[in-house]
Design a protein around this ligand. Structure first.
Ligand SMILES: [Zn+2]
Length: 464
């Protein structure tokens, strides 16, 4: 082989890596090892019996009894060669409302010196974890002693989240990052329709779209030792149903546990995707949750072993809040909705109360949206709320589908974020805000998509 050909070959490889094309991992070893990563974890299983979040069933109107596995908060701190830092915290909890989220962010920023856009909190949305804070408490007939235990749990949780973030930042070590995508086979759409195409009820619907992608970010030591696997799945953690009284991370909790059992020393972390209208199938027993967790763990490990794309810096972090428009509804419509079903009545009744008291009706809800850009190699778009799966093709069209990681349930979960289609059709995911008041308008969709596009451009993603 002549020297010229060899040189040309090398030049080609280098150009491909520089362009961020599908370069095999070994070709970009040097470039991707510029990171430093720090990892930390803490158990957040409640030590005292507190009420659980996720189902408003009578069975659950009491504190939990026992546990199936532990809940965790896990942090991944990242630093690029220029010293840009960020911390991603994954938490095995159902929701963090605006008030509790703001308190947690205040604590985190104060303790770490980081700014808001440098911190991302991703929730697993397990429906077998504790209620956090007091935002939701008024919706339940909770005795004062139980309420006080929830308040004490929340204070402990806040301290633990600060500690886990600080610990991760405190043990930054050289690291290599790589990325791949697998597929989950137990995710189904949960909106059922009648023969005329009218929304009927919640239940498995295998004919409708869901996002089955399983994105995986692998963090290695320079010597190739696996240190962390961050993975996602766009599916509600509801395999354990409203009869369950045992604390559990549901399928994401089991998946993390199985990955860590298989690779001691490796921290598994889970971030939910756009799962607003996606449920597990089947549902009902702990064995089903274990089985789905095992299948997801198998897939994550398969992707982590397979050929992956290098993820290089620099890290660019963008964040904004967007005032999502709420519907301004005539009193007649509200009176109609107030009669039921319950999921529509919740907001309708509260809006009628505001009108009766001559108080202003909210026109917007302010939702955070974040984009983290890893060089030319990966974009993480993290939206707050329970984002429905329609936003996956919408964002693919707006900013491209390649090397795009979509996370919902990030930073704050205010209720569902419906698409314009779902607002028009109605049904469970059109029920609006849970603690704050109002129904999202069809116009919210365009604003969300435009905002993500703007942030992605600002962060340096190549747009189609
Ligand atoms: Zn949900």
């Amino acid at each position: 082989m002549s020297e010229t050909i060899t040189r040309r070959g090398l030049a080609k490889t280098g150009a491909a890596a520089a362009l961020g094309l599908l370069a095999p991992l070994h070709a970009a070893d040097a470039a991707e090892s510029g990171w430093r990563a720090g990892l930390a974890r803490v158990c957040i299983t409640p030590e005292q019996p507190v009420w659980m979040h996720g189902y408003a069933t009578k069975v659950r109107f009491r504190p939990f009894v026992g546990k199936l596995n532990d809940l965790h908060a896990k942090a991944m701190a990242l630093e690029d060669t220029a010293g840009n830092r960020a911390v991603l915290i994954t938490v095995d909890l159902c929701v963090l409302r605006r008030k509790e989220s703001e308190e947690v962010f205040r604590d985190l920023m104060q303790a770490t010196g980081l700014e808001r856009q440098q911190i991302l909190i991703c929730l697993s949305h397990t429906h077998s974890g504790p209620i956090v804070g007091t935002s939701d408490v008024s919706r339940f007939p909770m005795p004062e002693a139980d309420r006080n235990r929830t308040i004490r749990y929340t204070a402990t949780l806040r301290r633990k989240l600060v500690k886990v973030a600080a610990d991760a930042l405190g043990n930054l070590r050289p690291a290599r990052l790589s990325y791949g995508v697998g597929k989950a086979d137990f995710v189904v759409n949960r909106r059922l329709y009648d023969q005329n195409g009218k929304y009927r009820s919640m239940g498995p619907n295998r004919d409708k779209y869901v996002d089955r992608a399983v994105p995986v970010l692998r963090v290695d030591s320079p010597d190739g030792t696996r240190r962390a696997l961050l993975f996602g799945c766009a599916c509600h953690a509801v395999t354990l149903d409203g009869k369950n009284l045992r604390i559990c991370g549901d399928y994401p909790g089991f998946a993390q546990q199985y990955i860590e059992d298989r690779h001691p020393g490796c921290q598994a972390m889970f971030a939910t995707g756009f799962a607003g209208d996606a449920n597990t199938d089947p549902r009902g027993t702990a064995q089903m949750a274990r089985d789905q967790g095992r299948r997801l763990a198998d897939e994550v490990c398969r992707v982590a072993e397979a050929k992956r794309q290098p993820v290089r810096g620099p890290l660019r972090l963008e964040r904004t809040t967007v005032d999502l428009p709420l519907q301004q509804l005539p009193r007649k419509r509200l009176e109609q909705w107030a009669k039921g079903p319950g999921y529509m009545a919740h907001n309708a009744k509260r809006l009628l109360d505001l009108l009766a008291q001559k108080k202003p009706v909210p026109e917007h809800y302010r939702a955070p949206i974040a984009v983290w850009q890893f060089g030319r190699d990966l974009t993480l778009a993290a939206l707050s709320g329970e984002v429905v799966s329609d936003y996956v093709p919408l964002l693919h069209k707006a900013i491209g589908s390649d090397r795009l990681w979509l996370a919902g349930y990030a930073n704050c979960v205010f209720g569902y974020l419906p698409s314009a289609r779902i607002v028009g059709e109605g049904g469970y995911e059109a029920r609006g805000l849970i603690v704050d008041i109002g129904f999202f308008s069809e116009q919210a969709e365009a604003l969300v998509v435009a905002t993500v596009k703007q942030l992605a451009r600002k962060a340096g993603r190549r747009l189609p």
